[in-house]
Design a protein around this ligand. Structure first.
Ligand SMILES: Nc1ncnc2c1ncn2[C@@H]1O[C@H](COP(=O)(O)OP(=O)(O)O)[C@@H](O)[C@H]1O
Ligand SMILES: [Mg+2]
Length: 334
């Protein structure tokens, strides 16, 4: 991938590095992340818990809590470097052009305000509606996201909704200003399987209707396989593989991606062969010096003890088809 932001991308991250001070020194939760989100696409961002997915996208919206901070990198949205914008300009973009739904709707929504008040607040903050008309619009939005009896639900508190309805209400708030990019952080992790499919259908439907791009953050490669055009695989704060979903899942280039695939029941034909990746994601305060997956990798060799750069394996004419991997085993682009 080029070191420069992609000119055809809606969102382009280059070298994004976000750190947290800890007792063992600074931890790089996102460490040099490069990725692009193209107009209208659904990009999957996948990796085990702790791989830096959430931190990467909280950084995009400048929502990393102190003492965490963005240390380096560029975040270009629609041609503008968000890190160089004054805070008011970024606030205007957040919620209006880029919206994010959080992993845990119960803590993301404010328990002290009704669902309707929280949706209305988004509309009011961006000058889209005020007072009664903002609440009317909130009812419409709840209806659009499939909340039954929206005229009543608009007046309830988040804890009075089921997990699935809460996730829908949060999506309604995120879609209130018809953003160009929706970042959905593990939208279905807390939900049971049938509700999961409904929420993913809703996001797909709204993506089509609004023509927006979607970043779907998940630890479930099965969801990526079903829902995403392209995928970025993260491990220990770094991108380790990226490319069109079908190609990455059809022939994973990184042993970590292959490991994720082998541990996914839905993608695995023979149930007997399902095996979780052995070992654990490394302690971010004590990362391996070379490839971060090396200690767990069934194919490790001596070169893996040196840092491994991201390499193009398909340098497509159209960036959509490009594939890249951070592994010494993969051949360089011809
Ligand atoms: N508030 C925080 N304080 C210290 N470290 C953090 C904080 N938030 C995240 N991290 C670090 O960043 C890593 C990645 O976190 P996160 O982005 O939430 O992972 P993911 O979303 O992939 O599960 C965590 O394992 C942790 O080491
Ligand atoms: Mg997360």
């Amino acid at each position: 991938m080029s070191a420069l932001p992609a000119h055809d991308a809606l969102l382009s991250l280059r070298g994004l590095t976000t750190v947290f001070p800890t007792r063992h020194g600074e931890v790089r939760a996102a460490d040099g992340v490069d990725l692009d989100v193209r107009p209208g696409e659904c990009l999957g961002v996948v990796g085990e818990s702790g791989s830096g997915k959430t931190v990467t996208f909280l950084s995009v919206l400048d929502l990393v809590r102190r003492p965490g901070r963005i240390e380096a990198g560029t975040i270009v949205f629609d041609g503008r470097d968000l890190r160089r914008l004054p805070p008011e300009a970024l606030r205007a973009i957040r919620g209006r052009d880029i919206a994010m739904t959080m992993q845990d709707a119960l803590t993301a929504l404010n328990p002290a305000f009704t669902v309707g008040a929280q949706i209305a607040e988004v509309l009011e903050a961006h000058g889209r509606a005020t007072g009664r008309s903002a609440l009317d619009r909130a009812v419409q939005l709840l209806e659009q996201v499939g909340v039954p009896d929206p005229a009543r639900r608009v007046g309830v508190y988040p804890h009075q909704l089921s997990g699935g309805l809460r996730q829908r209400a949060m999506i309604a708030a995120a879609l209130a200003c018809q953003p160009r990019l929706l970042i959905a952080d593990e939208p279905t992790t807390a939900l049971d399987v049938t509700i999961q499919a409904q929420v993913l259908d809703l996001i797909a439907d709204m993506r089509q209707r609004l023509g927006m791009s979607v970043v779907l953050i998940t630890h479930d490669l099965g969801i990526v396989a079903e829902r995403c055009d392209r995928v970025v695989v993260m491990y220990a704060g770094q991108v380790v593989e990226s490319g069109p979903t079908r190609q990455v899942i059809g022939a994973p280039a990184h042993p970590y991606t292959a490991g994720l695939l082998a541990s996914m029941p839905r993608l695995n034909q023979t149930r007997a062969a399902i095996r979780p990746i052995e070992g654990q994601i490394p302690d971010p305060a004590r990362l391996p010096p070379g490839c971060r997956f090396e200690p767990r990798c069934p194919r490790r060799r001596s070169e893996c003890l040196q840092p491994v750069p991201m390499r193009d394996i398909v340098r497509a004419e159209r960036a959509f088809g490009a594939r890249a991997v951070r592994c010494v085993l993969a051949g360089a682009a011809p």
